[in-house]
Design a protein around this ligand. Structure first.
Ligand code: SRM
Ligand code: SF4
Length: 571
């Protein structure tokens, strides 16, 4: 292994913390023993590796300050679920924990995980232990390590979909760190007090782990539900006559950026090679080693693998990967354009059973005045034993449903006020929004809480131009970090400053092209009105079969802006 920290650069504080942490232990055991509502900054940074973030309720922060109260601190806890596949029993266990320790909601993430919000420090260890008792884990759901491995969630009982899930699970297990810190801190009561434990050797990660998070996604040319090119490492399985011949490998995707910092930018992964069916884990390990050895450990904003790839070029990356693999990486194979299948509604699994894709608003499973979604899902999972699969589009697929249960399941959802996919416009079905306020400490604007009105106003604008049934992806985030992948869809709405959003267009529905920034600061209530001239132009000028994102890309920013100002002048 080469040096984990380049000798020329001063490592960041987080790098020093990781190195000194004795395998991610730090003084976390003492911090738990100390009680209170918060952890120290070092504790905060180490806890991420164990799947939890300290947060505070940003809605009440100002008022509490005026009252001389501390912020309302609590923890977000993320469960790592490779491929989003849960059993009915696991789902019910998580559902019960939402009441017991969290804010009575579950949130399906854009990476097929479940997040709890509102867990108090005093409950954190019991909560995480209870998650483990359901044979699930939060280990490395966050932190500078390999995160939840995602893939197509479609529960099709075909060899290729079963292989994708098996690969996701195998990668997830093979790429965990060796450290037993997680088990000691959350699962092993006897070891909690043992502050003398030394760090285990970490053959894959090294003592400072990775410079930054590392994300892996798998897909098929016909199923890019996981938006694979937004990941550090992507593998696209290629078949010939139903035989897996291998994987096209792409590296260096990532979406996070900072407004007005040109050195940071979203990037889609570059296709770098092809490996055989038995070389997937080795290829992932080679890409991890590349990040470990060459990632920027001085500046966390430039620390993702994408900058290594962009700065050094694909040929250099291929050479380094080949060195790690011990053989020359074959060039990527030709493959069809990536596609995005419809997974909501009823589908046959191929084994006589069915799945129902249930749209979740921003992934939030909650009981509200409008709909008792959480209750309905609990009843269905309990009564019919349906195994939930979480999707990277923040939805949930109820799998393994017998044909004769379908009417009852739909009736339960309707009786609880749940909107089914067939009652929604394509825009609403495909819209994503990150949590943003009040839990996310990085949010500049709202996202999840403005999703419904934003979708409604944009839908109304589309309908006025006969585009109500058009498949357009809309992704809203409260800041430029890109958690709902706003730069990889048709329209991205990215929090800029309170009440204002940057508007991105020109990506595509299949996640193969990045969008570009059209406008920098659009007021929240002007977003639909700003997009409407583009919809009018699209309705009138689109080429045969052309979708909205590619249309915007063909016209380019200048012509699109002309359309907007012509409309303003006419008004
Ligand atoms: Fe994310 C940080 C939520 C997917 C890029 N993300 C955060 C934090 C933890 C905020 C923080 O650091 O304090 C957010 C917690 C909010 C909350 O209150 O829950 C957060 N990210 C999410 C989730 C829950 C959004 C969602 O709507 O589902 C997703 C959880 C995924 C999971 O289960 O692991 C989520 N985040 C993503 C994605 C999309 C993806 O991976 O497909 C991205 C863009 C892809 C990428 O990684 O580049 C993403 N999140 C970020 C970044 C920017 C990273 C960068 O390279 O600059 C941050 C900020 C950071 O890491 O410093 C961030
Ligand atoms: Fe928070 Fe920004 Fe991610 Fe939204 S995109 S969850 S605001 S970090």
């Amino acid at each position: 292994m080469t040096e984990t920290i380049p000798p020329t650069a001063k490592p960041s504080g987080v790098e020093r913390l990781k190195l000194a942490s004795r395998g991610l232990r730090g003084d976390l055991a003492e911090q738990f023993a100390a009680g209170g509502t918060q952890v120290t900054e070092d504790g905060y940074n180490l806890l991420k590796f164990h799947g939890t973030y300290e947060q505070h309720d940003r809605d009440s922060a100002t008022e509490r300050k005026q009252q001389g109260l501390e912020k309302a601190y609590s923890f977000m806890v993320r469960v790592r679920i490779p491929g989003g596949a849960l059993t009915a029993a696991q789902y019910l266990a998580l559902d019960a924990l939402a009441d017991r320790y969290a804010n009575a909601t579950l949130r399906v993430t854009t990476r097929q995980a479940i997040q709890f919000h509102g867990v108090l420090k005093g409950d954190l260890r019991a909560h995480i232990a209870a998650i483990n008792h359901a044979l699930l884990t939060t280990q490395c759901a966050c932190g500078d390590v390999v995160r939840n491995v995602i893939t197509s969630p479609a529960p099709r009982r075909t060899p290729r979909h079963q292989r994708l899930l098996a690969d996701a699970q195998a990668l997830s297990t093979a790429l965990l760190p060796a450290s037993r810190a997680y088990h000691e801190l959350f699962l092993d009561a006897a070891a909690q007090a043992d502050l003398g434990t030394e760090a285990e050797p970490e053959p894959l990660y090294g003592p400072a782990y990775l410079p930054r998070k590392f994300k892996i996604a798998l897909g098929l040319p016909e199923d890019n539900t996981a938006d694979v090119l937004a990941n550090d490492f992507a593998a696209i399985a290629l078949y010939e006559a139903n035989r897996l011949v291998g994987y096209n490998i792409a590296v260096g995707g990532g979406l996070g950026m900072t407004h007005n910092k040109a050195a940071t930018y979203p990037r889609l992964a570059s296709l770098v090679g092809f490996v055989g069916p038995d070389q997937l884990i080795a290829a992932a390990q080679a890409a991890i080693a590349l990040h470990r050895d060459h990632g920027n450990r001085a500046d966390r904003r430039r620390a993702r693998l994408k900058y290594v790839v962009e700065d050094n070029g694909v040929e250099w990356v291929r050479a380094r990967l080949s060195e790690h693999l011990g053989f020359a990486l074959a060039p990527p194979r030709l493959m069809p354009h990536l596609a995005m299948p419809e997974l909501l509604g009823w589908h046959r699994q191929g084994d006589g059973l069915f799945w129902l894709g249930v749209p979740l608003p921003s992934g939030r499973i909650a009981d509200t005045d409008e709909a008792k979604l959480r209750t309905a899902l609990r009843i269905i999972v309990e009564r019919f034993g349906a195994d939930p699969v979480l999707t990277p589009q923040q939805d949930l697929l109820l799998s393994n449903v017998a044909a004769d249960a379908r009417d009852d399941i739909e009736a339960i959802l309707r009786a609880h006020g749940v909107t089914l996919a067939e009652q929604m416009t394509p825009l609403a079905r495909w819209a994503l929004a990150c949590p943003a306020l009040p839990t996310c400490g990085l949010a500049l604007t709202e996202a999840e809480r403005v999703r419904a009105p934003m979708v409604a106003s944009i839908d109304a604008a589309l309908a006025r131009h006969g585009l109500g049934e058009e498949r357009i992806s809309l992704r809203i985030t409260g800041c430029p970090n890109g958690c709902a992948r706003p730069y990889a869809g048709d329209i991205g709405i990215v929090g800029r400053m309170p009440g204002f959003y940057a508007l991105y267009v020109g990506g595509d529905f299949e996640g193969t092209v990045l969008s570009f920034k059209l406008l920098d600061k659009v007021a929240e209530d002007q977003i639909a009105a700003t997009l409407e001239p583009l919809f009018a132009a699209f309705a009138g000028q689109r080429l045969d079969g052309e979708a909205f994102g590619p249309f915007c890309r063909r016209l380019g920013a200048e012509r699109l802006l002309d359309e907007i100002s012509a409309k303003r002048q006419a008004a």
